[in-house]
Design a protein around this ligand. Structure first.
Ligand SMILES: C[S@@+](CC[C@H](N)C(=O)[O-])C[C@H]1O[C@@H](n2cnc3c(N)ncnc32)[C@H](O)[C@@H]1O
Length: 371
């Protein structure tokens, strides 16, 4: 069986559906829903509240949206990958389109909220704070997550941000909470970091940003060797986060024209605010990898993710390396930093005629790939 054809039958308390993850192909052990989705749907059904207008938050691959589609829920999502996966699964099951809003915009109104608890408790905190501000006081909020991915911080955030909190039993390794929005105006603020000499960059890290509290060690390694990067005019910082790599490159090569792309709304906001704080400019894209971007970059800088939600995976890196090749000029190059244990060298070798190791580091590898 070809990986690309993997779609799995999700049988919920409401209906049966074919669901597919994104990116595909993906590792066959990964699934597009979990028992936290089923628990949320079951609780809603038991409470006889299916017909109320629901706002779905963090519905990663559309399991909730597809199940509830006939009641036309609205979605509020951080990731462009989630938006595309939800659209794809609605189409796959011949269901009508739904309203989807990215989290760099305000959430749509609804009578109740269903939240798949995200990995980052800081992101959950920010999402609940925004919902408290935007939805009527006392709006019912239902939350669920897989126990192994939930920490004390998640529980504290739920208890602090919602009133009438109630945690239910654990079922099939998933845990469910309910609560209500309450009057509370303080949004969690950005974490401000400073990258010192020679870069002199201010970094604005939104609550949901990857590596929000410190500079990613892979990024630090790339910065130490950035002087080895080729000189280029049109440059993309792919998976930009707060834009640290692109902004640092701009410091070395002030004539370069930078663009930034990341799938996460939290990253988009962080990147735009960091650029402004440093008096820099650059187009910022909220998209899955290089989807809809120009095809004439001379250099692409990338510190790729090796997690998708709670799973460790090279699926996204594979997709990014393939896409990047199609978005480079003929002599363009891709500069990648990665943990040494990740098998990126063969992945790059199978996609690029030339792959050079740029530097040796005890924990990271730096590759320059091109033709
Ligand atoms: C390891 S972080 C790198 C962030 C920043 N460039 C740095 O070096 O600190 C990986 C980033 O990839 C983003 N990301 C994950 N999947 C993505 C995808 N499919 N397309 C674009 N960005 C993605 C995440 O939101 C995250 O900001």
């Amino acid at each position: 069986m070809q990986d690309a054809l993997i779609e799995q039958l999700c049988v919920s308390p409401i209906r049966s559906l074919q669901l597919q993850r994104r990116p595909y192909p993906h590792h066959p052990s990964l699934q597009a829903w979990d028992s936290a989705d089923l628990l949320l749907l079951n609780e809603l059904k038991q409470a006889d509240l299916l017909e109320r207008t629901s706002l779905l938050v963090n519905d990663q691959f559309g399991a909730l949206a597809c199940n509830l589609s006939r009641w036309q829920p609205r979605l509020w999502l951080d990731s462009a990958v989630e938006i595309l996966a939800c659209q794809h699964n609605l189409e796959l099951n011949q269901l009508a389109e739904l309203q989807m809003v990215a989290q760099h915009q305000l959430p749509p109104q609804a009578e109740q909220v269903l939240i798949k608890i995200p990995r980052s408790s800081a992101l959950l905190d920010w999402q609940l704070a925004v919902l408290n501000q935007q939805l009527p006081l006392g709006t019912q909020v239902w939350l669920a997550g897989m126990v192994k991915h939930l920490g004390r911080a998640h529980q504290q955030v739920i208890e602090q941000r919602l009133s009438h909190c109630f945690a239910s039993r654990i079922e099939k390794k998933a845990k469910f909470w309910s609560g209500r929005t309450q009057a509370q105006n303080s949004l969690p603020t950005n974490k401000l970091l400073r990258l010192e000499s020679p870069w002199q960059l201010a970094l604005h890290n939104h609550p949901g940003l990857y590596s929000r509290d410190s500079i990613d060690p892979g990024a630090r390694c790339l910065l130490e060797h950035l002087h080895l990067a080729p000189q280029a005019g049109k440059v993309l910082d792919l998976c930009a986060g707060n834009g640290i790599l692109g902004m640092a490159y701009q410091r070395l090569q002030p004539q370069a024209r930078l663009q930034y792309s990341d799938a996460s709304s939290a990253a988009l906001i962080s990147c735009q605010q960091s650029l402004a704080a440093n008096g820099l400019t650059g187009l910022c894209h909220h998209t899955d990898g290089l989807l809809h971007l120009d095809k004439d970059f001379e250099l692409i800088l990338c510190n790729p993710p090796f997690h998708q939600h709670n799973s460790v995976s090279t699926d996204t890196a594979k997709q990014l390396f393939t896409q990047a090749r199609a978005h480079l000029k003929p002599k363009g190059q891709l500069l990648v930093v990665a943990n040494r244990h990740l098998p990126y060298h063969p992945l790059l070798k199978s996609r690029y005629p030339k792959v050079k190791s740029l530097a040796k580091h005890p924990k990271f590898s730096l590759y320059l790939a091109g033709s």
